[in-house]
Design a protein around this ligand. Structure first.
Ligand code: PEP
Ligand code: MN
Length: 355
């Protein structure tokens, strides 16, 4: 389906800087909202985010203040002069957010994974002209993401954008949510005129990774950033470890290098980022391989088998060496890599068997 789009028409900080949406994960108290917004405004930021309804993995966490927080967002708009943005997950949220003059709505990752919920929101948006940003679904499914965008666009929302916030994965990893940059890059190829914004906060889950992720997003030609910022991050009621103060955010944004040219194969920084990304992927794959290897260890233990099955080991080294050669990698090098991997697998299985 061809989307019918119009420019978002939202303020960037200045022409050389991207569109930036920032503010706390959750609108916790009136003071926290006003204090954070004032500091952000004074640092040059113009679009304020605040979570009013918070989708939580388990009950019992802070689920947002709901409608009570909407007048605080309204004060940010009227007294400080920032545009406001919040997450909506149901038609009732849409109705309330619009009633209190929220300027930008976004659909969260858990909601965009559910076509029924997205369709309900789309139906509630019929006849309304408001910018809507759709986060990627929690699972790495580009078609589901595009489907959600199509549903919202089908309701007549032309000011549409996407937010890349990474994808959840079972294995241990550096990031809270794997960036899998190839997915937003493919989204841009499929829907070229639609802005794609990166959310480094939910990708990283850690404030020390925000700056490099912002730079990487810019190097990959993303149109903007959504970053969680809180006046007192360590005391935040949700996502404390990934939020930064308004001053730190200003520092991070000032350091960004915004390149004029689109990424080409001549751009060494972009190439290095690709290498970093591939290396991260390699480590994640290795972690996955070790997990399976530990499961095999458990099986061997239960069936009284020895850890090293020599024929299997020889088969792995020979086959991988040959596969490597076919891809232009020296067979010896491939053998060495797999010897090292195998020896770590054995070490992990020994641990399991002796438990
Ligand atoms: C958020 O933006 O605070 C949020 C809950 O994000 P996501 O839907 O990406 O998890
Ligand atoms: Mn959050």
């Amino acid at each position: 389906m061809e989307l019918s789009l119009a420019p978002l028409n939202l303020p960037g900080i200045e022409p050389k800087r991207p569109l930036i949406i920032c503010g706390p994960c959750s609108a916790e108290t009136e003071e926290q909202v006003m204090d954070t917004a004032r500091q952000l405004y004074n640092n040059g930021f113009r679009i304020f985010r605040g979570g009013v309804w918070k989708p939580r993995t388990k009950p019992g966490g802070f689920e947002g203040n709901g409608e009570k927080a909407l007048p605080w967002m309204k004060r940010v708009k009227e007294e400080i002069g920032m545009l406001t943005a919040t997450e909506v997950a149901t038609p009732a949220h849409v109705e309330l957010a619009l009633k209190y003059g929220i300027d930008i709505l976004w659909i969260g990752a858990r909601t965009s994974a559910n076509p029924f919920a997205v369709q309900d929101i789309a139906d509630a948006l019929k006849g309304v002209d408001v910018p809507v940003l759709v986060k990627n679904p929690v699972n790495p499914d580009l078609e589901l993401w595009i489907g959600a965008l199509e549903r919202i666009n089908g309701a007549g929302i032309k000011r549409l954008g996407a937010i890349h916030r990474g994808f959840s994965s079972y294995d241990k990893k550096i990031y809270r949510n794997l960036p899998m940059w190839q997915i937003p890059i493919e989204l841009r190829r499929r829907i070229p005129n639609m802005p794609v914004i990166c959310d480094p906060s939910h990708i990283s889950g850690r404030r020390d990774l925000i700056a490099p992720l912002c730079q990487q997003a810019m190097d990959l030609g993303m149109d903007g950033l959504m970053v969680e910022s809180h006046c007192n991050p360590d005391c935040a009621w949700s996502d404390a470890s990934q939020q930064v103060t308004p001053d730190i955010l200003e520092y991070i944004i000032n350091l960004l290098v915004i390149r004029e040219e689109i990424v080409t194969t001549e751009n060494i920084t972009a190439l290095r980022h690709q290498i970093d990304d591939i290396d991260n992927g390699l480590i994640e794959l290795l972690a996955k391989r070790m997990r399976i290897s530990r499961e095999i260890g458990q099986y061997k233990k239960e069936h009284g088998m020895t850890i090293v099955q020599t024929s299997r080991y020889a088969e792995i080294l020979d086959k991988r060496g040959a596969q490597g050669s076919l891809c232009g990698i020296d067979a010896n090098c491939t053998r060495q890599i797999f010897e090292a991997i195998h020896s770590e697998s054995v070490r992990q299985q020994v641990e399991i068997i002796n438990k």
